[in-house]
Design a protein around this ligand. Sequence first.
Ligand code: GUN
Length: 293
Amino acid sequence: MTAKKIDGRAIAKDIREAVKADVAAMVAEGYNPPGLATVLVGEDPASQVYVRMKHKACEEAGIKSFQHKLPATSTQEEVEILVKELNADPEVHGILVQLPLPDGMDDEQVLNAISIEKDVDGFHPLNIGRLAQKGREPRFVPCTPNGCIHLLKTSGIELEGANAVVLGRSNIVGMPVALLLVEENATVTICHSRTRDLEAKCREADVLIAAVGRPEMVRGDWIKPGAAVIDVGVNRVDDETAKRGYRLVGDVAYEEAQQVAGHLTPVPGGVGPMTIAMLLRNTVRSAKVAYSE
Ligand code: GUN
């Protein structure tokens, strides 16, 4: 069997085009374009790349973006003051504080300072809390987890009653994607560093989501034949033949997985583009709500 590639770039492109059309329609009606503010604290190279990509995507969609960079030496209070200023700015409909924050900073406090109406990243404790409760609707759902679910649904993968295994329990991906899978009526197992017999757990998965940040950890023989595999990992591995001296690989050994899985996302070009597409979509939704109030 050769797995069908889930083309995140193509699926994200459709969303971005729909977002762009929505923005154009809003502007044609006389509204200001939606606005996204990003807050980057420190100089983490990967975060700098992600934030840059988010701004470029905003520009392409006609969304106004505001970039705020603070030094790693900033105090917690300085970051929270900036967030509160953005809460009060009518041009800003979405606020994204890029994670991780520098060591010693309390990310829960910072995320808690974001106005829930502008929490387009979906990480405000209230949004996450609602996601974890039956019958409660978060205003926004975190972008990468939502992107994973969208990829599965668009590919026609049945989630209801499926055995879904999530590798990793991070606040950014593992835990929220597990909650979203529960909402889709999947039977969910969350695996982590203390899980016993991890490979056997993975082999039971109809849907396997790998979000651990370990290059090519999931081998072909960990995968149930025909399973849908979503690889969230983006890992740099040294490669002298590559121009930059490294290449990007996922948490899944792609070539091996391709021989066994039914559907598989590549890295890059799988989940990554979806994160940005979902962020743009959330920002436009936020602006629409603001303009309808
Ligand atoms: N760091 C890694 N992924 C994300 C994300 O989706 N949002 C934010 N704010 N930080 C991240």
